[in-house]
Design a protein around this ligand. Structure first.
Ligand code: IMP
Ligand code: MG
Length: 182
């Protein structure tokens, strides 16, 4: 039994669960991008852990790059405001771009990002999100091609996901105790 962080209410996805998802996604992406010019773009900072695992599960030539956007600040509620903090270093024109995200909630962040990136004329543009807060009565602004798993509409941390920059290093995904952010 692994020790659970005292601020975490329940573990949703264990290290083993996550490893299995990553393996499945990696195999699918390797198949789909055979003979393509794949560029993985991770959205900083939450997606770095997922990106690190996912890229090693992909058996195809690829390049990686990073973008940083801000939509949440340090709080738990979406502001809907997206700002580019760090842009790509490489040119994606004519290349097959796969955006790697930690979690899709409203999808506003990704919608903005996709619009921005498609204006640079990539050959293709898709999204791979580790988690999808896909709940009834709530429609995400975009439709991701690859999804690690669906997750309940709670504030989750770990495996790259933070609250006020903490908990990113937890090897599992858990629901944060509400008293921590209330
Ligand atoms: P969206 O624009 O509403 O889809 O928000 C997406 C971004 O909000 C993600 O990339 C995360 O950085 C952050 N976010 C949304 N939900 C959570 C959560 O439960 N825990 C940690 N970060 C979250
Ligand atoms: Mg974040």
């Amino acid at each position: 039994m692994e020790t659970i962080h005292p601020d975490v209410e329940t573990v949703l996805f264990s290290e083993e669960d996550i490893a299995e998802m990553v393996k499945r996604l990696g195999a699918q992406i390797s198949e789909d991008y055979k003979g393509k010019d794949l560029v993985l773009i991770a959205v900083l900072r939450g997606a770095v852990v997922f990106m690190g695992d996912l890229m090693r599960a992909i058996d195809a030539p690829l390049a990686i790059d990073f973008m940083a956007v801000s939509s949440y600040g340090d709080g738990a509620k979406s502001s809907g405001i997206v700002r580019i903090i760090k842009d790509l270093d490489i040119d994606i024109k004519g290349r097959d771009v796969l955006i790697v995200e930690d979690i899709l909630d409203s999808g506003l962040t990704l919608k903005y990002l996709m619009k921005n990136l498609s204006s640079r004329n990539p050959a293709s543009l898709e999204v791979c999100t580790f988690l999808w807060k896909d709940v009834e009565g709530k429609q995400a602004a975009i439709d991701p091609k690859y999804v690690g798993t669906h997750c309940p509409d709670a504030f989750v941390v770990g495996y790259g996901l933070d609250f006020a920059e903490r908990y990113r290093n937890l090897p599992y995904v858990g629901i944060l105790k509400p008293e921590v952010y209330e």
